[in-house]
Design a protein around this ligand. Structure first.
Ligand code: NAD
Length: 283
């Protein structure tokens, strides 16, 4: 049985819905008989995605709303909500999924920090705060799915601004889930989608063919739907390279840095290479 919010005639809003994981979700929600609003900053991709989605659904263009939106700007998310309510009457599923990955270093320029955190973290805070009250007032089962990342949990070296944004998404979404479950008469729940390596525009880096290690966006969304049906908060996706058991060891090791008083990011510290390897291999 799918989650009850995912049902014929219900309404889904997906940010970053013109590409990758968001577009795959839009396709899948339409297949479930839902009406879908995709919001994206990229006008060309949005127009093409809207057309593809309308052609792929029995309801045609009447079931699809495409709205150019910059999720880092709250007034644009408010306009998105107004447009969705005017067209479809309300929202049952909100997927705050838009994300960017620009380069950064800890002491590098502030610009990319502001842009990445503006989209990846503020986009999710704006989306949740603006849509949740109406979803709760609707009085029926609802879902808020925020797209995080393993990089927000194990925070590997390489792109601290992205890690900071996604660690924020995790902390915010945990707090949101807690608040929602303690809100009287609230049937809306929050969930943290943690994709594995997924072949999309974000990760393609010039490649035109999916690397063997990566999942497709469609595989990721099928996994998400199964875990939502099971009631998971942490939707920890594997990929073709990293099974769940390996993720679990990596997450446990990262938490262990504090408990064991090891240096920061000891998984990538040469003095801890053997210990980490042994930890991963231990049953
Ligand atoms: N692909 C992966 O391996 C992977 C892994 C972990 C997490 N993620 C996360 O998944 C989410 C989706 O990424 P994807 O891989 O599908 O990438 P993608 O680039 O295919 O899709 C992201 C979409 O977000 C849109 N977007 C960017 N800035 C925006 C803004 N300010 N307002 C509205 N839309 C905006 C882009 O135009 C694009 O259509 C992101 O949050 C990303 O961080 C992806």
């Amino acid at each position: 049985m799918p989650h009850p919010a995912i049902a014929r005639g219900h309404v889904a809003v997906i940010t970053g819905g013109a590409s990758g994981i968001g577009f795959a979700a839009a396709k899948r929600f339409l297949q479930a008989g839902m009406k879908v609003a995709i919001a994206d900053i990229d006008a060309d991709h949005l127009a093409r995605a809207g057309e593809l989605l309308a052609n792929a659904t029995a309801g045609g263009a009447g079931d699809v709303l495409s709205l150019q939106t910059d999720v880092s700007k709250p007034e644009q998310i408010e306009a998105l909500q107004d447009a969705v309510i005017a067209r479809f009457g309300g929202v049952d599923v909100l997927m705050n999924n838009a994300g960017i990955e620009l380069t950064s270093t800890a002491l590098g320029p502030r610009d990319n920090y502001q842009r990445i955190i503006g989209v990846n973290l503020w986009g999710i805070i704006h989306g949740s705060q603006i849509f949740a009250p109406g979803m709760i007032a609707r009085g029926r089962p609802g879902l808020i799915i925020n797209t995080g990342s393993k990089q927000g949990i194990t925070t590997p070296p390489g792109n601290p601004a992205y890690n900071v944004s996604k660690a924020g998404v995790k902390a915010f979404t945990e707090a949101l889930a807690h608040e929602l479950r303690n809100t009287p008469d609230c049937a809306v729940t929050a969930h943290l989608l943690i994709p594995g390596f997924v072949f999309t525009a974000l990760t393609a880096r010039g490649r035109t063919e999916k690397p063997a290690a990566a999942w497709t966006p469609d595989e990721s969304i099928e996994f998400m739907l199964a875990r939502l049906a099971a009631g998971d908060f942490y939707i920890l996706c594997p990929d073709n390279d990293v099974p769940r058991a390996l993720d679990e060891r990596r997450i446990a090791w990262a938490a262990g840095d504090i408990i064991e008083n090891r240096p920061a990011l000891s998984r990538w510290h040469k003095d801890y290479a053997d210990a980490f390897k042994a930890f991963v291999e231990a049953k």
